[in-house]
Design a protein around this ligand. Structure first.
Ligand code: ADP
Ligand code: SF4
Ligand code: MG
Length: 338
């Protein structure tokens, strides 16, 4: 195999054409840039956290990597090959090797199928000749691995709690022994008490199986424990990308700083002393994004120049890039969470 990273996203653009409600039939559709000029790589066994508010393009990015939406610009490279140019056999392998776990666990499971059928389905689809006994054994093994009793195999999804349904979704995603699992807000719909259990389970499985993982969330506190590196997105653009520790301890981009400042600290003394820079206002419409830096309408340190040009990447320490020429380490320190 080549030395290429498992996944390389290169200047990826995904644009949708949308027709506003109440528009005349002859009105041309508007362009909605859901992901724009997004670049990063992912190595074998690495976990990348992706955070950003709702509407920042996280799910679209995931779908472009899985291959269910085509890139409209740039490339998704899978093991050194352009996803859109894969030969049919390589495309089938990619479909097996990249699996997803979704936000709403119950909605993601077919209510008319038993748990055993749900977990076995990808295996039967991709390897229809697998002997029944092996399918059964693999389903049992997966159920045990995700903490479900194998004797629940004939039950239906509605008989399970949200956390258990998510475990079923995880077992289903893992049965083909994928190389990459993309978790799209896997704990956002779960009770807080269950969230940590599911995150810890994913973390254990990722280590045991040497999986690569993309873990999407709108909340930084969810991704920081599981991610080796974190990418921060805003309105379809990458704002900052860094190994987790420097991203949390010395964030450079004002948006990352605001995200960190909005995470409450459980210690009331520290919480009272904190300098907060909470982000105000709503995400602008992706149909009419601000010119220049898309964050400028909510940025506390915006200046007139920010409207003119889209900021290029700035490098901090190794592997730490951010897209704001005016952010300084001093700003970052002022925002630091202890
Ligand atoms: N199939 C689609 N057609 C048109 N617009 C879409 C489609 N999917 C997503 N969008 C738009 O793209 C933007 C990014 O959406 P999404 O990727 O779901 O963000 P996130 O997952 O961060 O909440 C949003 O403005 C959303 O409305
Ligand atoms: S480029 Fe300007 S608007 Fe954008 S984050 Fe930096 S200071 Fe703020
Ligand atoms: Mg989403």
């Amino acid at each position: 195999m080549s030395d290429a990273p498992l996944l390389s996203v290169e200047h990826l653009d995904v644009t949708f054409h949308v027709r506003p409600r109440n528009a005349w039939p002859w009105t041309p559709p508007l362009k909605l840039s859901a992901v724009s000029d997004m670049s990063f790589t992912l190595g074998m066994g690495e976990t990348l956290g992706v955070v950003g508010e709702s509407g920042s393009g996280k799910s679209t990015l995931a779908r472009a990597i899985v291959g269910t939406i085509p890139a409209t610009g740039g490339k998704v490279m899978w093991q050194g090959q352009d996803l859109l140019a894969l030969a049919p056999a390589a495309r089938r392998r990619h479909r097996r090797d990249v699996q997803m776990i979704f936000q709403d666990p119950l909605a993601a499971l077919n209510p008319r199928m038993t748990v055993g059928q749900i977990i076995a389905e990808p295996l039967i689809t991709h390897a229809p000749d697998t002997p029944k006994a092996e399918v059964k054994a693999r389903v049992g093994e997966m159920m045990e691995r995700v903490g479900l009793l194998p004797n629940l195999v004939n039950r239906y999804p509605h008989e399970f709690s949200g956390g258990q349904c998510q475990r079923i979704g995880i077992a289903r995603a893992l049965i083909l022994k994928p190389k990459l699992v993309i978790c799209d807000e896997p704990v956002s719909a779960l009770d807080v008490s269950v969230q940590a259990q599911v995150v810890n389970l994913l973390k254990d499985i990722q280590k045991d199986m040497g999986l690569s993982m993309i873990f999407i969330a709108h909340d930084l506190s969810v991704v920081k424990h599981i991610s080796d590196r974190i990418a921060v997105m805003y309105l379809g653009r990458l704002m900052e990308l860094a190994p987790s520790r420097p991203l949390i301890r010395t964030p450079r981009h004002p948006y990352t700083q605001a995200l960190i400042a909005s995470v409450p600290i459980p210690d009331p003394k520290i919480e009272a002393q904190r300098q907060r820079q909470v982000i105000e206002g709503d995400l602008p419409s992706p149909l009419a994004p601000p010119s220049g830096c898309v964050f400028r309408t909510r940025c506390p340190i915006a200046r007139p120049e920010c409207a003119a040009e889209r900021p290029g990447p700035q490098a901090a320490d190794a592997g730490h890039v951010y897209y704001c020429p005016y952010a300084s380490a001093a700003d970052a320190k002022a925002q630091l969470t202890p």
